[in-house]
Design a protein around this ligand. Structure first.
Ligand code: PMT
Length: 412
C-alpha cells in the first residue's frame, strides 16, 4: 500500500451474508465499513437468517434487507439487478462452502449468486467454515476457479473454530477485512492528473548539417514520465532528439528546436494540471541559420545568437498556470541559483542538479547530464528536500511522491 491512496469513502458495498456461525460477525462488519465511509446494503441467504435476523442488518444499514429473489417488498425498494449495478464491491462475508460452490458454478437460482452473476463490479469473498470443508478438494478447486475469474479471496484465518477444531477456516478479523476492501480501491498518487513533461536537449541549427546542442540524453525526463504513469497520471511527453523508448501509456511528441518545443508545449498546456520542465532547452539559437552548408575558410567565424523563449517561465506566467516543477542545471552555487530560478520564474517547485563534474570525471560518481544516475536538491517556497544520488528511475519515483504531496497541499 505504500505510496498509494485508498479509501472506502462514498463506495457502495453490497454485503452478502451466508449461513454460517460467523454470520454474527457481519453485523460489526457493517458498522465498521460505514465508519470507513462506505454505504452498505445487505443481502442474506436463507441459511444466514437462521443465525442472525434481517432486522439486525436493516437497523444497521438503514435499508431493507434482501433475502430472496422473489421478495416483492425488497425488490420494490431496489431490484436485484439494480443492486448489482449499484455496488462498487460485492463482499460476501462470511462465505460458506455452499455459497462458494454456487458462485463458482454460476448459479442464479438464489438471490446472492444471481446478483453476483448480474454484476460487473468487484467481488470479494471472506470464507468461513470448518477447516476440513475448507481444505476439501472441491472447495479448493471452486476457490481457485473464482480467483481465476477475478474474485478476490480474503482469508480465511487459522485458529480455533466454533466446532472445537483448530485449523484454517476462521473469518478474517474485521480490521483485516476493512484493509483488504480498502486496498481494492487503491489508486495512484496522481490518478487521472494530467502532466506535461519536457525532456532531452534541443538542437539549434547553424546550417543544414550543424547545430548547437547539449549533453542531455532525455533519461531524467523519461524516468519522470514513467514514474508519473505508475502513479496513474495522464502524461504528455515533449522531447528533443533522444534515443529512448517511449514510455508505455504516454503521449509523445518529438521536436528538434526550442521554438518547436515551445510551440508543442503551448498548444496543449491549457489542458494540463502539472508541468515538469526537465528538458535542457537551449537558451540561445543562431539568429540566422544558413540555408547552405557553411564553407571552410581561414577566417574566424562568428555566429550571432538570439535568445529563445523561456518555455517554463511563460507557462508559469499564464493566467491560470498549471502546477510548475522546473529544473535547474548548475555547475556551481546550486542552492542560490536554484532559489533565484524558483523566484524569478514564479515556480511551485524546482529540482536542482549539479551537472559539472561528469564533464571531466566520467567515473561512477557521475550525475546529471547523460548519466544513469542523478541527485537532486528540491526547493519550494517554504521547504526543501535532498534526494540522494541514485538511479534516475528511483530518483524520479521519489520526486513524483514529493510532487504529489505538494500538489495535493496546493489543490486541496
Ligand atoms: O537528459 P539527461 O541526460 O537525463 O539529464 C538530465 C538533466 C541534467 C538535463 C536534467 O536533470 C536537468 O537539469 N534539466 C534542466 C536543464 C536546464 O536547461 O536547466 P536550466 O537551469 O538551464 O533551466 C531552468 C529551467 O527552465 C529548466 O526546467 C528548463 O527546462 C527550463 N527552460 C530553460 C530555458 C528555456 N528556454 N526554456 C525552459 O523551459
Amino acid at each position: 500500500m505504500h505510496g498509494m491512496k485508498a479509501s472506502l469513502h462514498n463506495k457502495n458495498i453490497l454485503l452478502g451474508v451466508c449461513g454460517g456461525i460467523a454470520a454474527y460477525k457481519a453485523a460489526e462488519l457493517v458498522r465498521r465499513l460505514q465508519d470507513a465511509g462506505a454505504s452498505i446494503r445487505v443481502v442474506m441467504t436463507p441459511g444466514a437468517t437462521k443465525f442472525i435476523t434481517p432486522l439486525t442488518f436493516q437497523a444497521l444499514s438503514g435499508h431493507p434487507v434482501h433475502t430472496s429473489l422473489l421478495d416483492t417488498e425488497a425488490e420494490a425498494a431496489m431490484g436485484h439487478i439494480e443492486l448489482a449495478r449499484w455496488a462498487d464491491l460485492i463482499l460476501i462475508a462470511p462465505a460458506t462452502a455452499n455459497s462458494i460452490a454456487r458462485l463458482a458454478s454460476g448459479r442464479a437460482d438464489e438471490l446472492l449468486s444471481a446478483i453476483c452473476l448480474a454484476s460487473s463490479s468487484k467481488i470479494a469473498i471472506a470464507p468461513a467454515m470448518n477447516h476440513v470443508m475448507w481444505m476439501a478438494e472441491t472447495t479448493q478447486k471452486n476457490v481457485q476457479q473464482l480467483q481465476k475469474s477475478g474474485v478476490k479471496v480474503f482469508g480465511p484465518a487459522s485458529g480455533s473454530q466454533a466446532c472445537g477444531d483448530v485449523g484454517p477456516g476462521r473469518l478474517l478479523e474485521i480490521d483485516e477485512l476493512i484493509t483488504s476492501c480498502t486496498q481494492l480501491f487503491s489508486t495512484g498518487e496522481l490518478q487521472g492528473i494530467k502532466i506535461m513533461i519536457t525532456a532531452g536537449p534541443t538542437y539549434e541549427p547553424i546550417d543544414p548539417v550543424r547545430f548547437i546542442g547539449n549533453r542531455s540524453s532525455g533519461q531524467m525526463g523519461f524516468a519522470i514520465a514513467r514514474a508519473a504513469i505508475e502513479q496513474g497520471a495522464v502524461v504528455s511527453l515533449i522531447t528533443g532528439p533522444v534515443h529512448l523508448e517511449t514510455p508505455e501509456h504516454s503521449k509523445r511528441t518529438d521536436v528538434d528546436t526550442a521554438l518547436q518545443m515551445h510551440q508543442a508545449v503551448m498548444n496543449d498546456i491549457k489542458e494540463q494540471d502539472i508541468f515538469i520542465a526537465t528538458a535542457a532547452v537551449a537558451d540561445y539559437r543562431p539568429a540566422k541559420p544558413l540555408p547552405q552548408k557553411i564553407k571552410k575558410t581561414d577566417d574566424e567565424l562568428s555566429i550571432t545568437l538570439t535568445p529563445n523563449p523561456d518555455i517554463l517561465k511563460e507557462v508559469a506566467a499564464l493566467d491560470s498556470p498549471p502546477f510548475t516543477l522546473g529544473f535547474a542545471a548548475e555547475t556551481q552555487n546550486l542552492k542560490d541559483y536554484a532559489l533565484q530560478k524558483l523566484k524569478n520564474k514564479k515556480l511551485h517547485m524546482i529540482a536542482a542538479n549539479l551537472v559539472a563534474h561528469n564533464l571531466e570525471n566520467k567515473d561512477e560518481q557521475d550525475t546529471g547530464f547523460n548519466s544513469e544516475y542523478n541527485a537532486l536538491h528540491v526547493f519550494w517556497s517554504n521547504g526543501e528536500a535532498t534526494l540522494e544520488r541514485c538511479r534516475k528511475m528511483q530518483l524520479a519515483r521519489q520526486l513524483i511522491t514529493l510532487l504529489a504531496k505538494k500538489y495535493d497541499e496546493i489543490t486541496t
